[in-house]
Design a protein around this ligand. Sequence first.
Ligand code: ZN
Length: 432
Amino acid sequence: MAGADSGQETGGAVHQASTAGAADDRSQTVLTKAADAVGSTEGAPLGKSSVSAEELTPTETAEARWYHRRSLQLMQIDFGLDLAFWAVFGLWVVRPLNAALRDLGGLFATETVRLVVVFLAMTALHVLVAIPLTFYREYLLEHRVGLSTLTPTRWAGRYLKRLMLSTPLSLAMILGLFWLFWLLGCWWWPVAGVVSFLLGAAMVQWFPVVILPLFYPVRPIERPSLRPRAERLASAAGLTIDGIYRIELSTETVKANAMLAGLGRTRRVLLGDTLLDQFTDDEIEVVLAHEVGHHAHRHISKMLVAGFAMSMVGFWLTDVMIRSTAAQPALFRYTDLGPTALPWLMMFFALWVFVSEPAMNLVSRFFERQADRYALRHASRPIAFFSAFRKLARLNKEYPDPDRWEVILYYSHPPIAERLELAQAIVGKEAG
Ligand SMILES: [Zn+2]
């Protein structure tokens, strides 16, 4: 629950709906959500709009549908597996483990030390349980539809890197949470809300300069033909031209994307090499204008504030849950909370993320439409919106007709058909 999105994408696919669960999943969420990418075209409430379908051949549509359905199924299985994992760990593993550690005495008499050991054991077991599914989802499935550029070794390297980043971070957050329980009692949750907001803001700020470059090479764009257009768009929105970068997404995928990321001095637009190499200047300008639109509308800061509100509610509900599920609620003391509460807290946070995600996605889809409108009004050739977004949808194998409930639950971006209809309403018929 630590944070809001750190950025905005143009064309991301379905949000990685990973729960805020064990370390590897959380990092995945952070990595996919810490930027606002351009190209997510998810779900089409308008149904079989001819606008989106006409560009795909029947074979392409069938493949996109298969990929879409399989991705959603895997997300649901992953979530179910996480809940089952924490239930099993909570019911049968954590108590004997905690008791055995206490019997060792010495350092292990300290609750904080036992918390660290229990957390690390839980994370390690979770990796073992979840890795086959993660490998299938991130490697096999992506290769099956021709989207991944990774070898198994490079996939493993990136997975390990993610784990090395997220494990200490999650551990620090868990320790902080328990110290707040022990030190502040019933005041823990508002303080946790404020602290997680500050951490979220720091994460958003450092994401493009510290975390992203660990996974993808990033450098300023060199494309002279693009410069005057970029300068015009950027200066209209008070963004410096130094803030536009090329990110080598092709180290991992053939999917095209772009994103706005960072906060204050680290604010920047990142355009994927996959986009820069395959799109015309007019199309890139539209995508860039979409990202600049996120900047102009202050969407990243607003998402942080929305995330803060969600965290506050989530922590308050956690407090209610903790007190009401105590063996003897009348005698409950916060200092009684220890390592045995950890799996249940993880499960509760995951459930809260699952429940609150549709609200965050609703806000996100609203922001995406605002950024699309901005792009259509500020790009010098708004007509290129149509070809740009069709190309994104085709390259990224986005299924044009997802069910409404899929959009509500999982989609951070409006479906491609909806985006093209909005464009048509603003700039008129494509041919015109
Ligand atoms: Zn966007």
